[in-house]
Design a protein around this ligand. Structure first.
Ligand SMILES: NC(=O)c1ccc[n+]([C@@H]2O[C@H](COP(=O)([O-])OP(=O)(O)OC[C@H]3O[C@@H](n4cnc5c(N)ncnc54)[C@H](OP(=O)(O)O)[C@@H]3O)[C@@H](O)[C@H]2O)c1
Length: 414
């Protein structure tokens, strides 16, 4: 792309839900960027984003009635794909079509996790982006989480350099269940908690185990082993709760996905050393709120982070009553007692540095730390874990036969 670096990047959102709001909060702390467009199907949702952009001083945002109109407007340089998983590929096809036909000058695209519901979908996302000569970024926020950036830097600079590389990364992400019906529908989302949340855990763990500035292929996946289970939400009372909350399309009595998943990934470094990822994810965790737990262990050191072990805690007695909210921590489960509070959620979860990184890379025409190729590599691991959970055996990598694999719970009519 000629004319780079640009002084400011003009971003257009596709999607106006939960994660769009997080990105706006994050962009408040990013320079050289304006949010100039939004497209989603419902005009009221778009109007909410337009108003929020104005309130936060993030530029002048136009609500577009179609994706094509936003792409052709000349008002956006880069697209942030923030819509549900089952819409990804169609959106990318429209972007590809408009750009390759010369009707749009958009030159970059960033996409939320997971990149696809299957390896085939993720690979097609890569192909379409590259054929349209778009710079591309994979939005894996945990790689940019402030504790991950700081912890990885210290471990590798001080401890690994003196005593040897880290050999084990543990990553867990758990909460009490997602907020919209499509997440609970295996075919729409691509699976259950394994595809929804283990995408974070395997990628942040791989990132922690990778030497600073080393390429992705400095660690090779050798095998994966996964387990899935339904611990809570298939219990009849809880399945009925889901139906009442989300309607008949979420039928966890008859068509559940999984609410618990664990996986181990065995990798090998360039010197033939074995390193391991242990990941566990759950929609059946009822603590104060979302809990991200990370560990990085090596021969003479250990790093750990727990997102609920916050410095700030607020106690509220039983006399304090009020409406339910998510104003203390994401996926909050209580409003009384001793509650942890994250004073900067977009920063700690990584959205701020993720947005800063993508904006700067796109503005300057540089390749981001996380691209669609990384998103594809994550989906390959996830499909290996699902296959392993289905067969009860480890899956050796590379595993070319996973190309068309669809997790059991995502198969139509399963
Ligand atoms: N990084 C993270 O930690 C994280 C956290 C949450 C979600 N995510 C990811 O972000 C994505 C969105 O999740 P969410 O929680 O924001 O979901 P959500 O709250 O359900 O929001 C989805 C949004 O997409 C819009 N949408 C639906 N179909 C569309 C279509 N065909 N074209 C354009 N827009 C469409 C919806 O608005 P309309 O009804 O107006 O179309 C809605 O604003 C998912 O891929 C999810 O995995 C990532």
């Amino acid at each position: 792309m000629s004319g780079l670096p640009k002084d400011r990047l003009r971003v257009g959102f596709v999607g106006s839900g939960f994660i769009a709001e997080f990105h706006l909060k994050a962009l408040l702390n990013v320079r050289n960027v304006d949010v100039t467009g939004v497209y989603s199907r419902n005009p009221d949702n778009r109007a909410r984003i337009v108003a929020r952009v104005e309130e936060l001083g993030l530029g002048t945002c136009t609500s577009f009635e179609s994706l094509e109109a936003m792409l052709q407007s000349g008002e956006v340089d880069a697209i942030w794909i923030l819509s549900p998983n089952y819409t990804r590929l169609d959106i990318m096809k429209v972007i590809h079509g408009e750009v390759t036909a010369g009707r749009s000058e958009v030159f970059a695209v960033a996409c939320e996790k997971p990149l696809g519901r299957t390896i085939g979908e993720a690979r097609e996302m890569v192909r379409l982006a590259e054929e349209a000569k778009l710079n591309h970024g994979y939005l894996e926020n945990q790689v940019f989480a402030t504790p991950v950036i700081r912890g990885k830097e210290i471990v590798w600079r001080r401890a690994a350099s003196a005593t040897g590389r880290p050999y084990l990364a543990r990553a867990a992400e758990e909460h009490s269940g997602p907020h919209e019906p499509w997440f609970w529908q295996g075919d729409k989302q691509g699976g259950g908690v394994l595809s929804d949340m283990m995408c974070h855990s395997v990628e942040v763990a791989r990132h922690l185990l990778t030497a600073p500035d080393a390429p992705r292929d400095s660690l090779k996946v050798k095998s994966v082993s996964g387990t899935v289970a339904n611990l809570k939400w298939t219990r009849p009372g809880y399945a009925d709760q889901l139906r009442e909350r989300f309607g008949a399309d979420v039928d966890y009595r008859n068509r559940p996905s999984e609410d618990f998943a664990r996986g181990t990934v065995t990798l090998e470094d360039e010197d033939g050393n074995e390193v391991m990822i242990e990941a566990t994810t759950s929609w059946a965790y009822v603590g104060a709120g979302l809990r991200i737990q990370l560990e990085l262990l090596g021969p003479e050191y250990a790093m750990e982070f727990n997102s609920l072990a916050t410095g700030l805690k607020i106690f509220m007695s039983r006399a304090v009553s009020g409406a339910e909210g998510e104003d203390l921590v994401e996926k909050q489960n209580a409003e009384q007692g001793l509650m942890p509070v994250l004073e900067d959620e977009p920063g700690v979860y990584g959205y701020t540095d993720e947005n800063r990184h993508m904006v700067e890379c796109f503005r300057k025409g540089e390749t981001p730390l996380e691209t669609f190729h990384d998103g594809l590599a994550v989906v390959e691991i996830l499909m290996g874990l699902y296959r392993s959970a289905e067969t009860g055996a480890s899956v050796a990598f590379p595993a070319p036969d996973l190309e068309d694999y669809v997790p059991v719970v995502a198969r139509t009519g399963a």
